[in-house]
Design a protein around this ligand. Structure first.
Ligand SMILES: [Zn+2]
Ligand SMILES: [Zn+2]
Length: 174
């Protein structure tokens, strides 16, 4: 997912390049995730406009049950990019004020879409990812995944009158 834009830079404003994406990228949890879609790069007066629409499937860890699950997202982006070196003159360009976007081209004018996707997918990840809204999480007693098995621990509010009896029962099980 690395596209050299050096040639496009030499072309007149409005020139475009289209790329079809169906590749892997390093996702928010540093695993290999999938992206499918398209990228269009348009030569602007100062640099490039990068438009993309992609469907991503990233692996996340559920914050309740700690199991890994796949999360799909639709990413739409429109980002401007300003090369730091003009490939025609070879001179350094003064970056303009809006230049601190997600897309930063290296000195060889290579657009690294995998890195852009990674940045976007990190932003998309919720603070507490859940495998499902109804995720039951882990048992606080034995740590088993409550979505997969019902353990015999008494979770939930324990009636104090029975708590000592419950303790006894748990001891017996050990
Ligand atoms: Zn979960
Ligand atoms: Zn349990």
């Amino acid at each position: 997912m690395q596209y050299s834009l050096a040639q496009l830079f030499k072309e007149p404003t409005g020139s475009t390049r289209d790329y079809i994406v169906d590749e892997s990228f390093i996702g928010p949890e540093d695993g290999l995730d999938r992206a499918q879609g398209w990228v269009r790069v348009i030569r602007t007066h100062e640099g490039f406009l990068v438009r993309a629409e992609m469907e991503t499937q990233v692996n996340l860890t559920c914050s309740r049950c700690l199991s890994s699950f796949k999360s799909q997202a639709n990413l739409k982006m429109e980002e401007e990019s300003f090369p730091s070196i003009n490939p025609v003159t070879g001179r350094m360009q003064e970056p303009s004020d809006e230049a601190d976007g997600v897309i930063i081209l290296d000195d060889h004018h290579v657009l690294d879409m995998a890195e852009v996707l990674r940045q976007y997918s990190i932003i998309e990840v919720p603070i507490k990812p859940l495998c499902s809204e109804e995720c039951l999480g882990l048992c606080p007693e034995c740590g088993s995944n409550q979505n997969k098995e019902k353990c015999k621990c008494s979770t939930g509010p324990v009636d104090l009158r029975w708590s000592s009896l419950a303790d006894l029962l748990i001891e017996k099980q050990d």
